[in-house]
Design a protein around this ligand. Sequence first.
Ligand code: HEM
Length: 389
Amino acid sequence: MRAAHPVAYPLLASVRRPVVRVPGLGVVVTDASLLRAVLMDTQTFSKHGPGAPSDLWTPVLGDRVLLNMEGAEHLELRRRLAPLFTPAAVGELVDRMLGPSYTRLRDRLAAGESVDLVAEARRGASAAIGALVGLDEDVVDDRLFRRIASVTGAVRLSRPRMTDAQIAHAKAVMADLTGHARAAWRAGDPATVPGRMRELGLGEEESLGAVGAFVLTGTETLVAYLPRLVALLHDTGWLGRLAADRTHLDAAVAEGLRVTTPSPVMLRSTVAAGRIGSDDGGGVGVRPGDRVVLATFLANRVAPGFDPVGNPAANLRQLWFGAGSHFCLGAPLAMAQIRGTVGAVLDAAASRGAFEASAAPLVVERRRVARGVLIPGYRELVLGPSRAV
Ligand code: HEM
């Protein structure tokens, strides 16, 4: 976190109160139940307005892209997109676009090769983008990922809007991607996601907006999380334990999401006067126009460390995916990709022979953190058979 956000992270991490007004930043919320209450109160807090995500994304993507919408229109668009994210639809998409790469990852690690999991995650994310925008797999490479990251990397907590040059760059990147999606929508092939959207009754512009939202929200989060999860499992001795017995795998994935919080902060704009927290002096009054910074990464710190057995994550009801009407639409897709990658790593570890708990047959050989990125993560994380030096 510190490498990604050297200024904002220490500032937010120094907040000790459940809610506090920080001049120049906004009203910062660090407590899980207050944070959830803000997310659920759409009469007072909106994703549309000064300091909210609409300020960042509307100039780039237009005003109908889920993450800057509210109310009945937003609900209706989500309802129509829901069939894309059922377990069956997601399972089919992940098997088709990522199944072969999970098998390759497992085989390479099992054969004793050293593999950079960041590069793997980028390739996976690019394949997912390719499927979402309707690109053929053979033209997808991690250049796509880098182009998206050049857009999201411009976002800073201290800068609620992009500069004109950043907007122009972001628009060019998105126009390129949505150009493919437009062609896929027009061709109407239900094997592509834009074609399937057309089949579900979504218009051309709505479909392109949704594609833009998927690409922006669903790419970097996963690329950051997958290597961080594997590093966490490795560092805590859980890689070996889970390779031998997967009883606690779901809890380990949830604990990983709690501890790393890949989407560390959410933003809202206040649209009606109200209060966050209690009236007895602990809360903060808010006025229309106030920016609310929901520090999910702090709210998720309900317990120290990483504990798949105690599983404190269970009490948070997946707060790392948000709550209420904007709860992450892509969560089933994210979970399928997480299970696919971790499954491949654990299969490879298990196939490398019997071992003691905490002595994994695969180790992190090399790691470098990423700097100047929106979502904290690694730039390189090499997993392989030899001991770290
Ligand atoms: C580990 C991975 C991911 C995490 C931690 C994550 C987290 C989140 C969070 C916290 C929100 C709510 C933001 C808010 O209320 O302000 C959200 C919304 C969203 N996510 Fe994800 N996300 C992940 C992966 C994905 C993927 C793979 C997709 C691909 C489709 C996706 C699509 C979306 C969309 C479309 C929204 C906006 C929903 C709306 O506004 O109605 N996410 N995500």
